[in-house]
Design a protein around this ligand. Structure first.
Ligand code: HEM
Length: 276
């Protein structure tokens, strides 16, 4: 944990804030266009995009429920908080599985087991998702080793003494997922990729707020369940139907501020045959 005064300059953050300003302007433009077409058609019809659906929400009197600004805010949440984080998780799972045939084989078995009781093309159910326990442990271990969000701020509401350090009331405290997740006193052999460390969590001795890929406390990520579902569903189809290998031996990634494989993770991908 780092305690820092309020004016910490963060170039990466300011870069991403500029990018989010641009994204906001794009979404404002799209919202204006969609609004015009919703007004033209009277009401949105099936298979709409998120913005059109939000524009079409009305109360008993037919009044729109959300303002344009609220709609742009919601779309920003989906785009920024919800998109990059989950796609980074899946990117790093793809990278891990390419180099970890034992974990991949165990995941394939988990998903084939689920698929064998379903008709071709039949949709996954909540019960199916609940059976994807190993896959979620692999995702959690990926999030532990490469957390998409490296940390965030909390403000000290009172003077705090911690391990001999004095944190004055009003200071911002920067908690980091990376440092916590690599703490050997919490996670045994932290550099080792070991999904089994997330088995029997109630029995494990890990203290609360030690796996903080989604943050913690009242401001914990509200998108956990959504990201769990999209990750499990994507992995179900990916490992059942495809095989891939990395095109590049270089395994490093950079943070800007989110982790990105240095060369963008080029892979060679092919359809899986039943024997492979
Ligand atoms: C693997 C996927 C994701 C990761 C690793 C992740 C991580 C995080 C983290 C670390 C925080 C800060 C929590 C804190 O300060 O305690 C956060 C906040 C947030 N996340 Fe996520 N997130 C993910 C997916 C999503 C998705 C899919 C959505 C929405 C569709 C979402 C929406 C949000 C929102 C709105 C906040 C702000 C909450 C607040 O300040 O009260 N996240 N997320």
């Amino acid at each position: 944990m780092w305690a820092v005064p309020l004016n910490l300059p963060f170039t990466a953050f300011s870069r991403s804030l500029k990018a989010s300003g641009r994204a906001r302007r794009v979404l404002e433009g799209i919202t204006r266009e969609k609004k015009a077409s919703v007004l033209e058609q009277g009401k949105a019809s099936g298979n709409n995009d998120l913005i059109t659906c939000l524009l079409s929400l009305t109360d008993d009197r037919g009044e729109r429920v959300l303002t344009d600004e609220e709609i742009v805010d919601n779309a920003m949440v989906a785009l920024i908080a919800g998109h990059d984080t989950s796609s980074i998780l899946m990117t790093f799972m793809v990278r891990q599985l390419a180099n970890d045939p034992a974990t991949l084989a165990a995941m394939v078995q988990e998903h084939e087991e689920i698929a064998k009781n379903k008709a071709d093309g039949e949709a996954l159910t909540w019960e199916d998702l609940a059976k994807m326990k190993l896959t979620w442990r692999v995702a959690q271990e990926t999030l532990r080793t490469v957390p998409p969000i490296f940390g965030s701020f909390r403000r000290a509401l009172e003077d705090i003494e911690l391990d001999g350090y004095h944190i004055p009331k009003g200071w911002q405290v920067f908690w980091t997922a990376n440092v916590t997740h690599m703490d050997a006193s919490i996670f045994h052999e932290p550099a080792k990729f070991d999904p089994s460390r997330f088995e029997n969590q109630s029995a494990s001795a890990a203290p609360p707020c030690s796996f903080v890929a989604f943050g913690g406390g009242p401001r914990i990520c509200p998108g956990i369940e959504f990201s769990r579902i999209e990750t499990l569903v994507t992995m179900h189809h990916l490992v059942r139907h495809f095989r891939w290998k990395l095109c590049c031996k270089e395994n490093t990634f950079v943070r800007d501020p989110m982790p990105t494989p240095l060369h963008g993770l080029p892979i060679e991908i092919e359809h899986r045959t039943s024997s492979s």
